[in-house]
Design a protein around this ligand. Structure first.
Ligand code: PRP
Length: 209
């Protein structure tokens, strides 16, 4: 009998959408969607075991081989830079990483720019790309508050609808990267279980198409 595939799904709205794609691809496990505090589910007939993982931790589970495959936002992949294979773009969870500021912000390129973000690695790389002197301030959420209270000049953060920015009197000033959810695989496990993983990837790709 083939071994079960361990799959890390990002807990939350994106994960529910992504699970829907796996189910449509023939890897359903209806218990996943039941309201409960349970975090793992399996469908032995389909050979899959799903785990609800904090979105920013999916790359950790997959990189270390605790899960064979997983779904992570491109933002998390760029921030954590895990040693994993990126197998396909699931074309969901589409959003962008942008630099945003208050509407009346005027940049002075001779000054160090204070940047608040949940993504210090992405922000550091972005600004070092054009040699700008920055002071990166790592926050864990509600980043839009930082410029309002003078903690930072700008923020590097995810924008989806733009509503959060609008409602806080801010706007995007630069695009850093377009983002979406990606299917990732542990490198060693992928080699061992290529047939199983490729079958799943192909089924997902026909759902996307
Ligand atoms: C994310 C992001 C923005 C917001 C963007 O925050 O950090 O604040 O969503 O979405 P929008 O453009 O559709 O308004 P999230 O809701 O994950 O909460 P957080 O502030 O706690 O990170």
């Amino acid at each position: 009998m083939t071994e079960m595939l361990n799959i890390a799904l990002p807990k939350g709205r994106l994960g529910v959408k992504v699970y829907g794609m796996f189910a449509q691809a023939g890897y359903e496990c209806p218990e996943v969607l039941e309201e409960s505090r349970k975090l793992f589910f399996e469908n032995a007939d389909k050979g899959v075991r799903y785990f609800w993982v904090k979105p920013s931790d999916v790359t950790v589970y997959v990189e270390r081989g605790a899960c064979d495959i997983g779904v992570a936002g491109r933002d998390i992949i760029l921030e954590n830079e895990p040693e994993v294979y990126e197998l396909c773009d699931l074309r969901t969870g589409v959003c962008r990483m942008s630099v945003s500021a208050l509407k009346d912000f005027k940049d002075d390129p001779t000054r160090t720019l204070k940047v608040a973000t949940k993504f210090p690695n992405i922000a550091t790389k972005y600004y070092s790309g054009f040699g700008r002197d920055v002071d990166i301030i790592k926050l864990n959420g509600s980043i839009e508050i930082a410029p309002i209270v003078g903690l930072s000049d700008v923020i590097v953060d995810i924008v989806e609808t733009g509503n959060t920015l609008r409602e806080n009197n801010m706007h995007e000033i630069r695009l850093v990267e377009n983002l979406s959810a990606r299917l990732i695989a542990n490198k060693a496990n992928y080699e061992f279980r290529r047939t199983q993983i490729e079958k799943l990837r192909n089924a997902l790709e026909s759902v996307i198409a």
